[in-house]
Design a protein around this ligand. Sequence first.
Ligand SMILES: Nc1ncnc2c1ncn2[C@@H]1O[C@H](COP(=O)(O)OP(=O)(O)OP(=O)(O)O)[C@@H](O)[C@H]1O
Ligand SMILES: [Mg+2]
Length: 246
Amino acid sequence: MAESSSEREAEAEALAAARERSLRFLSGLELVQQGAEARVFRGRFLGRAAVVKHRFPKSYRHPVLEARLGRRRTVQEARALLRCRRAGIAAPVVFFVDCASNCLYMEEIEDSVTVRDYIQSTMETENNPQCLLALARRIGQVLARMHDEDVIHGDLTTSNMLLKRPLEQLHIVLIDFGLSFVSGLPEDKGVDLYVLEKAFLSTHPHTEAVFEACLKSYGASSRKSSPVLKKLDEVRLRGRKRSMVG
Ligand SMILES: Nc1ncnc2c1ncn2[C@@H]1O[C@H](COP(=O)(O)OP(=O)(O)OP(=O)(O)O)[C@@H](O)[C@H]1O
Ligand SMILES: [Mg+2]
């Protein structure tokens, strides 16, 4: 049955009110990161340490399209977090998904640092990539498990991995799944690793051997790694050809 215009108006009003309520709630939290597409807040939610990721519209040129895109990313992120956790892969617990304002409420991984900060400070203090090999192997294992569940992260970088204290336990927690999707194709997994390789080597110079250790461990840990690593080689070659032409 077609909705009457008064019903549509009432629905839009209810949505706007819900959005306002959640933005009011966010204004009481601590802003931890202001990104291009999302703000990340820290606070308490139902008595638990929480992080809230709010995807806000970037411009007001296409508010409806942007709200839809924000919703899609929020939902994709929540789904991937649930899928990982169901498979026993460390990722934050999802507390609440607010589709009115595109907010994802999740567990705060307390006492953690990003893998990026950890690698940077280790390289500064030790100046020896050897110190990072165990961490690299652990990352390879975690990514192998994730790919064996057919989760493609979509934005693998060392900022999107957290390391919990005590750091020497190498307990890695994956975050930032807004570009993730489900696929069993070796090509998608190979591209996922290629994205990480590019990000890793540009963020952390002189760590080729470290990334190599990560891939080796991925290869040994994943049940389906050989077609994936073959695809990674192909994707690298394509990337190189493109940079030669362009
Ligand atoms: N669950 C969490 N627990 C602790 N810290 C977190 C958590 N989620 C995010 N953070 C912190 O906030 C930072 C930004 O989070 P995230 O990577 O999810 O957002 P983003 O990069 O801004 O988002 P996007 O790239 O999807 O727009 C992380 O690098 C991390 O330091
Ligand atoms: Mg991120």
